[in-house]
Design a protein around this ligand. Structure first.
Ligand code: FES
Length: 560
């Protein structure tokens, strides 16, 4: 009896125990279950493997390693697949509308399999921007013992390149700085193999956030995809799930409000992606933790940006790994009182216990700055409000672009329209490029504007042009950019009534974004505004547009 309690087969027992469950057992025997397996807790292993993208091409190999770890811990592993898409590939065309949608599809699919198949626990392995928060959302919804495994970062391409180098090379080609052969050479050598995009873009940002949240094993977010360390991490993750099962530790015990504060703090210190705002809000909502977009402002006032990592900085994740990864940074943040050390993590230890033995960075490194010489004294993630974004917008201000921008609006009703103008040289210094009807409902799908921001950079206008949108940005975007403008144009937010030539001011010190216009004029234009026909009327994008909420609350789809 004691043994049965220890296995904690709360869910699988309902599926496979007893005379009446003989048909279920019969089916499972055909996929390899033995008599012994039916007495063990069942652990679903969600693999986001796919030939779609280098980020996930190696993940089935990792899943098999996790399964070995689970088996050695006397639990029964069951690998199943879910989908993934690649932002890096889909950026800059209509298909990108499916990207944020895929977060929901993946979360739904993992919830569906684990919920249906009676798995007692879940290990999910992700390696790309959307599948990682999706895994965490599914874990939170299911609230069964669970842990996350990161697929790992890619190695640098030739000449220290990565995917953003290729996007920016397209802009450099448009400017005439490089020829087609140069561009082709970068295209062929920037992505050398498996792994997530190599800067502190969204995947590495989310991997780090998830480790700080306590939902992956210590050190696991700073490992290369193809490395003995990553395979060892997978094996250990398989074994670690046993402790979570035996002690009935659920995501809601780990993903607490202080743990989310730890995740936000680390994201800021690393100079992470704006997408973290969207995803952390959605993950918190899934586990019923009250977290608001304004918490990023509150925490951001006391947390400096310390990492000199791409896209705004110089280094890649693989170089951070060489000096010790993120753990020494977390230890420094803890020592400064900026992290909650008593938060539980998936290995059964607290964050502080995990960091106790971690050594500091070597003295001669230049990637993580000391507190007295930060990259930026406070957060680069700014939550802006104003008459242009009454319910918030998100800016990523590294400080290199300055903190104040006033310019004339150049308005585009889609990403494609803006690209034609930018690459055609019609966007000039002093412009504020406005890209609207790209929000969660409007696009639908809230596309990333990596192509326009890269094209602006490539044309050498990074410090002279701002870009604002109700869409969002890739973690690779940089420059003076403001996204997530809410309410979005499709629901009649003020971004819908901007006209060419209107003056827009973005003030990242005061956290404001405003149209130089009287309230009366705004109201007059809003009353004349007519909602356009939806871009899509059937299929998953149409379902998404109907159910998705505001980006200011994480763009979630399951709150009615
Ligand atoms: Fe997958 Fe960048 S496209 S991590």
């Amino acid at each position: 009896m004691a043994n049965q309690d220890k296995t904690n087969r709360k869910h699988s027992a309902l599926l496979v125990d007893g005379i009446q469950k003989s048909p279920a057992r019969s089916m499972l025997r055909a996929v390899g279950f033995t008599d012994q397996d039916f007495r063990r807790p069942q652990v679903g292993i969600a693999s986001t493997w796919s030939e779609v993208t280098p980020c996930n091409i190696h993940i089935n190999g990792l899943a098999e390693e996790v399964a070995k770890g689970v088996f050695s811990a006397e639990a029964k592993p069951i690998i199943f697949n879910t989908i993934t898409i690649s932002d890096g590939i889909a950026n800059g065309y209509q298909g990108m509308k499916y990207s944020l949608v895929s977060r929901e599809v993946i979360a739904d699919s993992i919830e569906t399999v684990v919920g249906c198949q009676g798995h007692d626990a879940l290990i999910a392995i992700g390696g790309c921007d959307k599948n990682m928060p999706a895994c965490l959302i599914a874990m939170a919804r299911l609230n069964r013992p669970a842990l996350f495994v990161y697929g790992g970062t890619i190695q640098p391409g030739k000449n220290h390149t990565d995917i953003v180098s290729v996007f920016e090379a397209v802009g450099a080609h448009a400017r005439g700085d490089i020829n087609e052969a140069d561009l082709l050479a970068i295209e062929k050598s920037a992505i050398p193999g498996p792994g997530s995009c190599g800067g502190m873009y969204t995947a590495n940002t989310m991997a780090s956030a998830i480790e700080a949240l306590g939902m992956s094993l210590p050190g696991s977010s700073a490992q290369e995809a193809v490395s003995p360390e990553k395979r060892e991490d997978c094996h250990r993750a398989g074994q670690a799930i046993r402790w979570l099962i035996e002690n009935d530790v659920k995501p809601s015990d780990i993903m607490t409000r202080p743990a989310f504060e730890n995740a936000i703090t680390l994201v800021i210190a690393l100079g992470g992606s704006t997408n973290a705002v969207l995803h952390l809000l959605a993950m918190a909502d899934a586990v019923n933790v009250p977290l608001s977009i304004d918490d990023f402002t509150t925490l951001g006032k006391r947390v400096p940006v310390l990492a000199d990592l791409r896209p705004s900085g110089r280094y890649l994740m693989s170089e951070l790994i060489q000096i010790g990864g993120i753990a020494p940074l977390m230890k420094r943040l803890l020592a400064k009182g900026l992290l909650h050390g008593n938060c539980l993590t998936v290995n059964g230890k607290t964050l502080a216990e995990n960091l106790a033995e971690v050594k500091d960075y070597p003295a001669n490194q230049n990637i993580i700055m000391p507190f007295d010489k930060p990259i930026k004294a406070d957060s680069h993630l700014r939550i802006l409000r104003g008459n242009l974004a009454p319910t918030s917008a998100v800016a990523k201000i590294s400080g290199q672009e300055g903190t104040l921008f006033t310019g004339k609006a150049r308005v585009f009703n889609s990403e494609e329209e803006s690209m034609t103008a930018i690459l055609g040289g019609q966007v000039v210094a002093g412009d504020v490029v406005v890209i609207r009807y790209e929000g969660p409902k409007g696009g639908p799908g809230m596309r990333e504007m990596l192509s326009p921001t890269s094209a602006i950079m490539g044309r050498g206008l990074g410090n002279q042009v701002a870009l604002i949108t109700d869409g969002r940005f890739s973690g690779g975007s940089h420059g003076f950019v403001v996204g997530h403008i809410t309410p979005e144009a499709m629901v009649g937010g003020p971004i819908a009534i901007i006209e060419d030539g209107d003056t827009i001011t973005i003030d990242a010190e005061k956290n404001e974004i405003n149209l130089a216009m009287t309230d009366e004029e705004i109201q007059r234009r809003l009353s004349a505004w007519v909602a356009p026909e939806p871009n899509v009327k059937r299929g998953v994008l149409a379902k998404y547009a109907k159910t998705v909420g505001s980006a200011s609350e994480g763009a979630i789809t399951d709150k009615f």
